[in-house]
Design a protein around this ligand. Sequence first.
Ligand code: FHN
Length: 602
Amino acid sequence: MPSLFQITSLAVLISVATSPLTAATPANAKVLGERAESAADHDARMAWFRDARFGMFIHWGLYSQYGGVWKGKVAKVNNCAEWLMLAAKAPRLEYAAAAKDFNPKDYDAEAWAAAAAGAGMKYVVITAKHHEGFAMFKSDASPYNIVDASPFKRDPIKELAAACRKHGLKFGVYYSQNLDWYHPGGGSGQWDPSHKGDADKYVDGIVIPQLKELLKNYGEISVLWFDIPGGVINKPRADRIMKAILSINPKIIVNNRLGGGYHGDIETPEQFIPPMGFPGKDWEACMTMNRTWGFAKDDHQWKSADTLVRNLADSASKGGNYLLNIGPDELGRIPAPSLERLAAIGDWMKINGEAIQGTSAGVFPSLPEWGRITVRTPAGGAGPATLYAIVYDCPKDGALRFPGLISTVTGSRILGSDDKVSVSAGGNTVVATIPETLRTRKNIVVALTLDGPPRVDDTTYADTRGVFVLSPRQALTDRGIKLEISGAEGIYAGPEDHLGNWTDKNASVRWTLTVAKAGKYTLAARVGAKPEADGSELTVSVGKESVTIPVKKTGDWNKYVSAPASAPLVLPAGRVELVVRTRTVKGPAPCNLGAITLTPAD
Ligand code: FHN
């Protein structure tokens, strides 16, 4: 069941792409997305973001005053305390009354910026206005703001922008352009009849003036983080918003959540990291440290620092950024568990930050089961590259295998240690062995210097366990079969990566494997099948050998279960082509096909 957030957003994200925004397209511009900019200009504009890899998200507003409790009762949506007003269906003026008591006397922008910089973060994005409609900055467009409506009287956005600059951090703002439960005409919020109003007046009288205030009054705003695309933001209103933004700051990075058919510059997978990233796109995974974005008095379910480091490594290894959230409380204090985790990540980054910042996605077609791999290539892409192996779980024998790595390793080191790594190569596989003394160190990083840009054989190799995982992303398909990747619309996790639209019974799916030693394998495929497909069968062939995969209904095309093959399959040594075809088709298609796993039978 999609969450409330998802229903609101997906309704619009299916809309058509928009035309280029600015009137004059520079002669040399290759129109890219919504801006008439050349690929070179786009790359230049995105360079700092791609280098940064790690940022701080801050959810702080009037909702922090409530901490997820309204009149003594917990009021959240999907564990999120910043949704209290909707959860409690609080009358807008009664809710707004909290502003007169909102006095975050312990707010310390310098401490917040120092905590971000100390964690190795390179940018900060703070909620300037969330769905509640309360502006955390001085706004002449609406008196419902922290300077005019609260005893605090200070402008926390101004203070934080200055502190971020002092710490060399880029500064960005989150703005809820659609949902606004206070200003009449804003999206959602209809539980209070006094909220009823004209959407154009809301967009032209509140949204655009406030965005202009933010872009003009606080120095360079590097990121504009819209949220919940759709609702009141149709294409004409989105056009007006984008025109206003770009007329002030044409370099600003805008995310994919404006609405009106705009795709923006970055995908924003929320609370998940896409299985293999979004190849060819910039993206950042935004995630909470506990379960809520805004401060909740009762949420103590904090992720471990180890998990947060691995999320950072996972994102970077797939060519994306990690935007890690903090939710300060009603007094402006960052919760102690957040500070502890930020400090722990900072300790790890001090030793291993070179494996994160300025790196790009790993170059292998599948993920190592022992951890993640990032790559640093010299400017211009030529010259010796460095592979960083970020080791979550070191194999017992210390051997990190890089199957398919053809490059020659010319050097190796362990970050933060003088201990040596032993490196061997053969059969298109490099093995780097960590000394026994370091095999229990968490998230240790091994750096391998190569003889040039990484050269990788892109066939599928068995992992350290000898298991082959055939990813839908590596498959060759024909006759209309389509790869559909998880979270494709770039916000919420969708179904796992899969091959769909198998409507032609003569279509086929192929993978090429490199098999070190011939052997027998048990095979299982991830399949999704509506009831009408029940009883279909797939055939998996290698040369003259084949096995059958009976498909049973799973309830829906995108509800996946693991379906075992009828018998083990023998794989010969060497390069092997594995082909999947239909044997029996019931209904419009046999199934949707996810990953296929081959596990050594003996
Ligand atoms: O509804 C918001 C939510 O409160 C939070 O701001 C997240 C952060 O990405 N965005 C929306 C839910 O998708």
